[in-house]
Write a protein that binds this ligand. Structure first.
Ligand code: UDP
Ligand code: MG
Length: 318
């Protein structure tokens, strides 16, 4: 256990088209490092042959281990399961679709030797659709403005974590996980470097625009209660302006004997206020929903089959 150097954690969901190609490339690179390694595959309830392929890979190579979920629980849950499985002194998290080039691993490991606890390759956005690039730029600007943690555009889940960084990630008990935020929250010495973005080798992305939007909302809300604070500030401002306007109307009538203006202003005020109220209610609802979700204390995933000894559950069971 003390000597195992690299663990590679790979969440897989319907990756049958690419998984063998990925595995070959990964093992070739890892062999070249001359370090001991293990590969932890997590099958996130794939409907295709991914599971069977992984089992075959594990049977052929004792350095390959796997966990299968009972259904699709999402990439966050799969990454968590992989981190819990991992035993290496350095853990590399990467996608199975070859968008995260395995050739970068030696460089990442070398940087860890220099004392970095997190090594983060940043992809450039070459080849991305223009709209998507613009949207993510806006999103990151928003996040920077409203969140306590720092997120870097282009820095995703692809990264190397030292053992103590992994242990701190696993020590967070929340089940509603937003890894990008968690990685930033744990801190430690972090280094980033750029790499060229690659197209997916095969299969298709599982992130439709709706899923991305929901992921974005999760990110904004799961880290602090600043949106709640914002709702309070917004409400206060609207209330104060309404008060000022009412005073002005009264003064206008009293001093100038003006006619009270018609329904248009009333309507505007009502509509504006209802909008603000709805948004605020929604924000509160989101937090209440999260509390409800956490209060149920459900595990983030259910394992159907694994060849790894179950790691100690960092979530205290009461
Ligand atoms: N993935 C997963 N569960 C899911 C969706 C995706 O484990 O519900 C895995 C997928 O197999 C891949 C990685 O997460 O290894 C990234 O997925 P994808 O390539 O679809 O995302 P994108 O690169 O478009 O962000
Ligand atoms: Mg991908």
């Amino acid at each position: 256990m003390a000597t195992l150097h690299i663990s590679v954690v790979v969440p897989c969901f319907n990756e049958a088209d690419v998984i063998e190609k990925f595995h070959t490339a990964l093992v070739a690179t890892l062999d070249r490092t001359g370090e001991s390694f293990e590969i932890c595959y997590v099958d996130d309830g794939s409907a295709d042959r991914t599971g069977a392929l992984l089992r075959a890979l594990a049977a052929a190579d004792p350095r390959v281990r796997y966990t299968f979920f009972s259904r699709n629980f999402g990439k966050e849950a799969a990454m968590l399961a992989g981190l819990r499985m991992s035993r290496g002194r350095a853990v590399v998290l990467m996608d199975a679709d070859l968008q995260h080039p395995p050739e970068l691993i030696p460089r990442m490991v070398a940087l860890q030797r220099h004392g970095y606890d997190q090594v983060v390759p940043r992809r450039d956005r070459a080849g991305d659709a223009l709209v998507r690039t613009a949207l993510s730029r806006t999103y990151y600007a928003l996040v920077r403005r409203f969140m306590d943690v720092e997120l870097v555009d282009g820095a995703g889940d692809f990264r190397l974590l030292s053992r103590r960084a992994v242990d701190s990630v696993l020590s967070l008990p929340e089940s509603n996980r937003f890894s990008k935020g968690i990685f930033s929250w744990i801190g430690f010495e972090t280094v980033t470097f750029r790499y060229r973005n690659a197209e997916r080798a095969a299969g298709c992305s599982k992130w439709g625009s709706r899923r991305l939007l929901n992921y974005g909302i999760d990110g904004l809300l799961s880290f602090n209660n600043r949106p709640l604070r914002l709702a309070i500030h917004g409400g206060l401002w609207v209330f104060l302006s309404a008060l000022a306007y009412a005073l002005w109307v009264v003064a206008n009538v009293a001093l100038n004997g003006a006619n009270v203006p018609g329904y248009a202003t009333l309507l505007t005020a009502v509509v504006a206020l209802s909008g603000i109220q709805l948004v605020t209610l929604g924000v509160i609802g989101e937090y209440v929903g999260r509390i409800y979700h956490e209060a149920k204390r459900r595990p983030p995933y259910v394992v159907r089959e694994t060849d790894a000894a179950p790691a100690a559950d960092p979530v205290p069971v009461t």
